[in-house]
Design a binder for this molecule. Structure first.
Ligand code: UDP
Ligand code: MG
Length: 320
């Protein structure tokens, strides 16, 4: 039997891009000659995304839809897609066509050469704000300097993974997921494919600052405990300074009789230490929050309904 490729597309309020996204993916896959399935994950959209997906599902047997009960986030949507994918290779792509579907063919070629992960690296990002580019650049570089896992720079979730890698990822039950980091972590033979990131086809980014912050924190805390070590370094440094200051204070006390008017220095030292302590507490809190998430062990996502023709057939045959 011909090999099968699963394409996973997470969607959150993407009504404007669905049709175009579907057409382009379909074209690419029809030309590729592989068997394929398109898995659209509706991540709790508030617009007409689900209706539009339903319409596509009814007319095309390649399409499956997973409908979340609420917005669980991009990374979780990808995970759900991977859990349900049936293909020998799995491709994750954004709905907004910033990642050109035409590159999938090249990814498949690399996969056939024997690579188990083919990730698309952004050479250039068109049509994105300076703020987005700058924060993204700082994020990837900070992450790299903090972690011991080799997470490639300027690489999003647009990538092809082999069935083996997909199984490995599904076995990781981590809650606050940073999928591209996990893909690096599981290893396997990986290679990069450079591409130019297009502007969004329509609509606005579904990653406001708040979601970007969450993603960065997840990424850093999942793959590094260096922030926790900050407490130790700062502790040593401030004790060093305090010791020197103590010597100075003792000298003044023992060898001079000038009265001490130390209000300013005491206030500033206090403020400084309170700042440091609160920061460290915040960092520790981040990690404790993650431990709490893991301990509660809630499911990663809840699928409210699924559109899957294979299952429909099964259900019908049960009735008969
Ligand atoms: N997305 C999602 N859930 C969310 C936010 C985003 O499934 O809570 C999807 C979105 O529909 C898109 C992909 O994740 O397919 C990337 O989002 P977007 O293009 O808005 O991010 P950007 O490219 O601006 O970083
Ligand atoms: Mg985008």
């Amino acid at each position: 039997m011909r090999k099968m490729v699963s394409i996973i597309v997470p969607m959150f309020n993407e009504e404007e891009v669905i049709e175009e996204c579907y057409m382009r993916l379909k074209n690419v896959m029809n030309q590729s000659g592989y068997r394929y399935e398109l898995i659209f994950v509706n991540d709790g959209s508030k617009d007409k995304t689900l209706e539009k997906l339903d319409a596509i599902y009814r007319r095309d047997d390649h399409v499956r839809v997973l409908n979340f009960s609420r917005n669980f986030g991009h990374q979780i949507a990808i995970t759900a897609g991977m859990d349900s994918a049936k293909g020998d290779a799995i491709v994750v792509i954004d709905a907004d066509l910033q990642d050109p579907p035409e590159i999938i063919k090249q990814m498949i070629d690399k996969w056939e050469e024997g690579y188990e992960v083919v990730y698309a690296k952004r050479k250039e990002r068109k049509g994105e704000t300076f703020f987005k580019k700058a924060t993204a650049s700082i994020f990837y570089r900070t992450l790299r300097s903090l972690t011991s896992v080799d997470i490639p720079l300027d690489t999003g979730d647009f990538r092809l993974i082999d069935r083996k890698v997909c199984n490995a990822l599904s076995s990781i039950k981590e809650k606050n997921r940073f999928v591209r980091g996990l893909v690096s972590w599981v290893g396997f033979k990986q290679c990069a494919l450079e591409y130019e990131r297009e502007p969004r086809f329509a609509g606005e980014t579904k990653y406001p600052l708040k979601k970007m912050m969450k993603l960065s924190l997840d990424a850093i805390t999942s793959f590094s405990d260096k922030p926790l070590q900050l407490a130790i370094y700062l502790g040593f440094m401030t004790s060093g300074f305090s010791f020197i200051y103590l010597v100075y204070v003792l000298m003044i006390k023992l060898f001079t009789d000038s009265t001490i008017s130390g209000w300013a220095s005491i206030v500033s030292i206090n403020l400084f230490f309170f700042g440091v302590i609160l920061m460290i507490l915040g960092i520790i809190g981040q990690y404790i929050g993650r431990i709490y998430d893991e301990a509660r062990d809630r499911p990663l996502y809840i699928i409210e309904s699924e559109r899957n023709k294979r299952k429909e057939i099964k259900r019908d045959s049960l009735i008969m």
